[in-house]
Each structure stands twice: as structure tokens, then as C-alpha cells.
Ligand binder design. Structure first.
Ligand SMILES: C[S@@+](CC[C@H](N)C(=O)[O-])C[C@H]1O[C@@H](n2cnc3c(N)ncnc32)[C@H](O)[C@@H]1O
Length: 559
């Protein structure tokens, strides 16, 4: 089964050249004919049962013959329209989503729509095979690719997808001078003395040229490489005490504190008019002060606006309290700041606050129990007092995420499928725009007594995407700190250069295939008990899933 018998020509891979991690040993399987591939899949399943670490790559032509509006029309040969993703989906479903079964995409001369291509980046695509006849020739007669092919390859590079060139050299390609040289205006021949030039070398050079002209990864992205698609348990800052290292990581995110400083400055100016700036002292309480960065941001806002400030720093973590005391000494803030070692929900405050500042937000906004903590702190906020943040909203978005799904599946239990994970998404395809889930306002309207919430969302996959597999939901938040100052990770409004939060992932026990035009109906509950808060989620269209995490049996946040 090694190699592809249909291609008589040596494939040139860029693997070693681009130092892309390769999962060889791998076997390249030709795509089954049509969707009725059950017998073929059965045979492959039998092989998979006996493989230890061998990978099987199913070779799938990258085609979808619908037009951009999703209308299905026969192709120029009069053949049945088809979406090769359907073939892959049918095959891997028969194979129970086996983690050693992956895709090698055959990149053809015409490409499907952007949305249709995008769904592949949540699938286990290991290689993109480009036939030499998919190349164009530039003015000097060297191979090149269309802009859309170039963009596709850049995405492949970003996703560590191996590029394979196959086929024959086109007749009119000049020999001797490499294609990359034609792009780099460097006329040295790349022929190595005594070695015959590979007939596909000019194509390889062109791919290398595309790779080399990519922008380098920003420093923060480089730092986060090790977190890509890695499932992490969300923090429990209420139930547990955070470690010094965790605070240290938070404190590096200057963008977050700049946003808070801007919000506090605006609130101070609204609270105290210029003419009273030297006579009125604003009482500001940082609740959940950690090691003091929000205290610093608040004092800086006071200095910037010329307002007088008295600060209380309330924190329940005794280790953070020790650091706060030394910070006060070092900075000489003893007269300005009072440290309170207490849980904000039971502190008996000596006076009421004009401004309550907190950062108790999780990746899904309310999932670190900011609503419950701030309900407890609202007692000591003046009637007309300001809370920063003043609101936060969570968001849900269906995603294809086969790697995350397989990692969860490998635990072979229910608990892992009913848990939400913090993840730096990489091999994930976002299938629709995110939609808002729950909003919490602070100070809370006193008529509302419970933080229990329920919502139903309807998502529609864009018509030109074709069908797609939903492995679960990405969760995000956006928070209004004060008026127009916001902070968040919802992709369309995400605060630039902020790295304190990765998205959260709510998995589905059984992935759901969704077709364009048929809504994906999702239900989400935020449930509150006496000692814990948890989410439940489930799907009712296109078919029903079980309700995940009933009664918080697998995943909950401790009060
Ligand atoms: C996400 S950290 C933020 C720390 C700091 N404000 C910062 O921005 O770096 C939340 C902090 O709130 C504290 N905290 C959480 N719930 C609390 C409560 N009920 N009372 C007091 N402190 C609390 C945690 O111990 C933790 O230090």
C-alpha cells in the first residue's frame, strides 16, 4: 500500500526543507470511488485495528462543484456534482473517527469557495498534493500559482501540512535557473555539480519561495506555540488559590491593565467634576486584587486625571496578600491603599465604594463566577456607584476540531466529553459567526434574584461551505469595562495584543454533521447550586444529542 500507484512520478516533498513535523510512516490511500465506500472503509478499518503508529492518509480531491451560492450543477464533463468532503466524512465516520486516519488533499487547478476550503483546517489534513498541471507560468516561463492557491498554501504552511508536488514537468519550463531565483532576482544556477536536476525542482523552488516570503510569527504567537490545541482545565480562582506563577503570567499582559486604567480614568472624571477634583476623594475598591496590578492601574488613572483616590484592595488568597503588603511598602502607597484579607462575599466594609473594580472573568465571561462574587460585593457599592466591568457577555460558535475531539475521546470516559476546556485554537475551523449567550450586568438589577440562565441558539452554516462536522463549540467573552472601553476575546471585536485568555471549548459526545440551510439548534444552561455552578449543553437540530453534563455530574465550578 505504500505510495500512490496512480502517480508514476516521484513526489518531491518539502518536508526536510521546511522542517515540518512529518507523521511518517504513513500510507497514502487512493480516494474511494463515490460515497458508497463502505467496503473500502471496512478493509481500512481492519488495517487500522492492527496498526500501532502507522498513519493512513486518504487521498481526497479538493473539490466541491457547487457554485458560491450553493447551487449544485453538473460539471463540464456532465458528471454528478459532488463535494469531496462528504466522501471523507462518510469514510471517517465508518472508521469511527480513528486518530490514525488522516487526509491528503489533492489540490486541483480550480479551488472551491473560501468557506468550503476553511472547513478542512479543522480536519486531520496531513498533506496537500499539488499536481504540476495546477501551476501557471509567469512571464519568464517559470511555474507559479494563482493568488488563491498561494493563500491556500500559506494556510497549509501555518497548519504544518506537508506539501507534496507530483506530476510531470511542463514542457515549456526553462531549465537551469531556479524559479525562486527568478523571483529573487538572483541569477545563480542552483544545479549542484555532478547531480542531475530533479524535473520538478522549479516547482519545489517556487513553493520554497512562497514559504520564505511568509511573515514571521509575532513574538506572542511564538511563545504560545506549545499551547496550540492543548486542552487545559479552566482555573478555579474562587475555590483554589492561584499560584505565584499564574499571577506572574497575568501581570505580563499590559494591554489588559491599560484598558482598566482607561476605564477607571473615565469613571473618575464622570464621578468628580474638574472644579471639585481637589476636594472630593473617590473611594475605589479592587475586589480580587491579586498581587496588585489593578491597584496600580487605578492609582495611575487617578494621577492622570488629577482625582483624589482612597483604595481598598480586597483579596482572599493569603499568599497574594503577602505580596500586596510588600508592594505597598516598596511603592510607598501605605497612606493610599488599605489591604483587606477576606472573601469579598463576607467582608464587612467600613464604608461604601464609589467605584468597584474587579477582574474575575474567565474565557466564557461568567465561568469563574464573577456574577456570584460581585453579587456579594454589591452590598458595599453606593446606590449610584460604578462597577468596572459594567457587563460581560459570553459567545458560542460551532467548530470543526477533529484533533480536540480525538484527544478527548482518547480518555475513553464520559467525564472528559462533558467538560469545558481552555484551548489555544489552531487546527480548528470556525463554521459560523459567534452568537451571544449570557449577559451579566453590574451593579445587578435588584429584581433579578438568580444567576441561573438558559438560552437557545440557531446557527446556519453559510451555503457555500457545504456540509461540515461540528465537534463542539468555541466559547468567548466580551466585557464592557466602562462606557466605550471594552475588553474581550470574541474574534470580531477581540482586544488586540491581549493574551490573558484563550477561548474555551465545549465538546459534543458525538460530532454532528450539519448541512447548509438546516439550522443547528443548541441549548445552553447556566445552573446554580448551593456549592457549585455548572453548564449543561445539548443540540436538538439537525438531530438530538444527549444533554451534556446533567446536574454538573462531570464539570462544575466551586463556589
Ligand atoms: C483573575 S485573578 C485577577 C487578579 C488581579 N486583579 C489581576 O488582574 O492580575 C482574580 C483574583 O480574585 C481573587 N478572588 C476570587 N474570588 C474572590 C473572592 N470571592 N473574594 C476575594 N478575592 C477573590 C482570586 O484569588 C484572584 O487573586
Amino acid at each position: 500500500m505504500k505510495g500512490n500507484k496512480q502517480e508514476p512520478h516521484a513526489a518531491v516533498t518539502l518536508h526536510s526543507f521546511l522542517s515540518i513535523t512529518c507523521s511518517f510512516p504513513a500510507c497514502l490511500l487512493p480516494a474511494p470511488k463515490g460515497v458508497a465506500c463502505a467496503n473500502y472503509a471496512r478493509c481500512v478499518n481492519q488495517i487500522l485495528q492492527n496498526l500501532s503508529n502507522m498513519q493512513l492518509w486518504l487521498r481526497i480531491p479538493l473539490e466541491k462543484s457547487d457554485d458560491d451560492d450553493g447551487n449544485r450543477s453538473p460539471n463540464s464533463m456532465g458528471e454528478e456534482p459532488r463535494d469531496s468532503w462528504e466522501m471523507w466524512n462518510s469514510f471517517r465516520t465508518l472508521g469511527e473517527h480513528h486518530s490514525q486516519l488522516s487526509v491528503a488533499l489533492d489540490v486541483l487547478s480550480s479551488l472551491p469557495s473560501v468557506n468550503s476550503l476553511a472547513r478542512w483546517f479543522g480536519e486531520p489534513v496531513r498533506a496537500a498534493i499539488i499536481n504540476s498541471n495546477s501551476f501557471l507560468t509567469n512571464a519568464r516561463g517559470y511555474p507559479c500559482l494563482s493568488k488563491r492557491h498561494q493563500n491556500l498554501l500559506t494556510e497549509c504552511f501555518n497548519h504544518s501540512i506537508q506539501i507534496v508536488i507530483s506530476g510531470q514537468q511542463m514542457q515549456n519550463i526553462p531549465t537551469g535557473t531556479s524559479v525562486s531565483n527568478s523571483h529573487n532576482s538572483n541569477n545563480q544556477s542552483e544545479d549542484v555539480e555532478g547531480m542531475q536536476r530533479h524535473p520538478l525542482r522549479s516547482y519545489l523552488d517556487y513553493i520554497a519561495y512562497l514559504y520564505q516570503k511568509m511573515d514571521p510569527l509575532p513574538e506572542q504567537e511564538r511563545f504560545e506555540l506549545g499551547y496550540r490545541d492543548y486542552l487545559q482545565s479552566p482555573l478555579q480562582p474562587l475555590m483554589d488559590n492561584l499560584e505565584a506563577q499564574t499571577y506572574e503570567t497575568f501581570e505580563k499582559d499590559t494591554t489588559k491593565y491599560i484598558q482598566y486604567q482607561r476605564a477607571v480614568a473615565k469613571a473618575l472624571v464622570d464621578r468628580v467634576p474638574d472644579e471639585k477634583a481637589s476636594t472630593i476623594t473617590t473611594v475605589l475598591m479592587v475586589v480580587g486584587a491579586g498581587r496588585g496590578p489593578l491597584v496600580r492601574a487605578s492609582l495611575q488613572a487617578a494621577e492622570e486625571t488629577g482625582r483624589k483616590l482612597k483604595v481598598y484592595a480586597v483579596e482572599k488568597n493569603p499568599n497574594a496578600i503577602v505580596t500586596l503588603h510588600s508592594l505597598l511598602k516598596i511603592e510607598g502607597w501605605e497612606k493610599l491603599v488599605t489591604i483587606v484579607s477576606s472573601d469579598m462575599r463576607c467582608w464587612d466594609a467600613p464604608e461604601k465604594a464609589d467605584i468597584l473594580v474587579s477582574e474575575l472573568l474567565g474565557s466564557f465571561g461568567d465561568n469563574e463566577l464573577s456574577p456570584e462574587c460581585l453579587d456579594g460585593a454589591q452590598r458595599f457599592l453606593k446606590e449610584d456607584g460604578i462597577s468596572i466591568p459594567s457587563s460581560y457577555t459570553s459567545f458560542f460558535q460551532p467548530v470543526t476540531a477533529s484533533k480536540l475531539y480525538n484527544d478527548i475521546k482518547s480518555h475513553k470516559d464520559l467525564v472528559h466529553f462533558e467538560t469545558a476546556y481552555v484551548v489555544k485554537f489552531h487546527r480548528v475551523a470556525r463554521l459560523t459567526s459567534p452568537q451571544p449567550v449570557f449577559t451579566f450586568n453590574h451593579p445587578e438589577d435588584s429584581t433579578r434574584k438568580s444567576n441561573h440562565r438558559y438560552t437557545k441558539l440557531l446557527f446556519e452554516i453559510p451555503t457555500d461551505t457545504g456540509s461540515a462536522l461540528v465537534h463542539g463549540f468555541a466559547g468567548y467573552f466580551d466585557s464592557v469595562l466602562y462606557k466605550d472601553v471594552h475588553l474581550g476575546i470574541e474574534p470580531s471585536t477581540a482586544t488586540p495584543n491581549m493574551f490573558s485568555w484563550f477561548p474555551i471549548f465545549f465538546p459534543l459526545r458525538t460530532p454532528m454533521c450539519v448541512q447548509p440551510g438546516i439550522p443547528l439548534e443548541v441549548h445552553i444552561w447556566r445552573c446554580c447550586g448551593t456549592s457549585k455552578v455548572w453548564y449543561e449543553w445539548g443540540v436538538t437540530s439537525p438531530s438530538s444529542s444527549p444533554i451534556h453534563n446533567c446536574n454538573g455530574r462531570s464539570y462544575w465550578v466551586g463556589l
